[in-house]
Design a protein around this ligand. Structure first.
Ligand SMILES: N[C@@H](CCC[C@H](N)C(=O)O)C(=O)O
Length: 289
């Protein structure tokens, strides 16, 4: 990789991303290159990377090209691929707006979890239609430091285990993925959310993300938490016929999640572009040696 590659840096509730615009899918973003770019000491730093590619130019998105021009090729900070990133898709849409690829209003973004509709105003918070949650049956347990909790298995395109706890400090330092059982519940790993109540329809979370470690926010995680909390609170919109809105505090800010009676979930939160620059080709070559 010897050409000069442009990048930007952005975040949504402090879930931060390296953004690599690459419309024709010409940049070889190997897992090692992604991990080097996301490294917080030797690289640019980020929980993940948003590779901005035309849908028609990416084999995983070609089938969605008729619906939308842009594909969010999302990678975790360790270089692994994930199906969906709720904070990332808002930041991705903000980038498209800033680059002049889209204007205000509703913007469709292709993801591995399907096409998402993002509502962009000129400035301020960004709302994304996250689709419906799946709630696979079966008991799941997560453990940290000798304590265990039952967890709700919620799939938002990507897998989540949501555990309600008495104190967020009980999650410990979250330096390693919290063990879960049974192993068959999450064959590809899982994002784990620890949740406390803050008030009526108001919760707070800490999260350990698959492929990134503890992060300051997770959008799909906040949606999974809102869905689990609504079932726990007897507020399941498909049963009550009334939308359920939860305020979800994350270490990096606040997200507002609404689930409608038809199961569709909307998430609103900030999306910020912080900086832009150019990756030094020599640095990248050395990083990959
Ligand atoms: N931070 C994201 C989720 C990113 C993917 C996740 N780590 C996974 O592997 O599923 C979000 O905002 O949703």
């Amino acid at each position: 990789m010897s050409t000069r590659i442009a990048f930007l840096k952005g975040h949504g509730t402090e879930n931060d991303f390296v953004i690599v615009p690459d419309p024709e899918n010409a940049v070889d973003l190997s897992p090692a290159a992604v991990a080097a770019l996301c490294d917080r000491r030797a690289g640019i730093g980020g929980d993940g990377l948003l590779h901005v590619v035309r849908s028609a130019a990416h084999p995983e998105a070609r089938a969605m090209a008729a619906e939308t021009e842009w594909f969010m090729d999302y990678r975790n900070g360790d270089g692994s691929v994930a199906e969906m990133c709720g904070n990332g898709v808002r930041v991705f849409a903000r980038y498209l707006q800033r680059a002049g690829h889209v204007s205000e209003g509703d913007v469709a973004v292709a993801t591995r979890g399907g096409v998402k509709s993002v509502h962009l105003a000129k400035e301020g918070d960004v709302t994304v239609g996250m689709g419906r949650a799946l709630l696979p049956e079966g008991d799941v347990t997560v453990s940290v430091g000798g304590r265990s909790w039952p967890a709700r298995n919620v799939n938002m395109g990507n897998p989540h285990a949501v555990a309600f706890v008495d104190d967020l400090a009980h999650a410990g330092d979250l330096l390693a993925p919290p063990p879960f059982s049974p192993p068959s519940a999450y064959p590809d790993g899982v994002n784990v959310e620890f949740v406390v109540d803050r008030g009526p329809r108001h919760v707070a979370l800490r999260v350990h993300e698959r492929g990134s470690g503890e992060t300051r926010s997770c959008g799909t995680g906040a949606c999974a938490v809102a869905v689990a909390a609504a079932r726990r609170d007897g507020a399941d919109p498909s049963v009550t016929g009334t939308p359920a809105t939860y305020t979800v505090d994350v270490p990096g800010g606040t997200l507002v999640i609404t689930e409608r009676p038809d199961g569709e979930i909307e998430m609103t939160g900030p999306a910020v572009i912080v900086a832009e620059g150019v990756i030094e080709p020599e640095w990248l070559e050395n990083a990959l040696r």
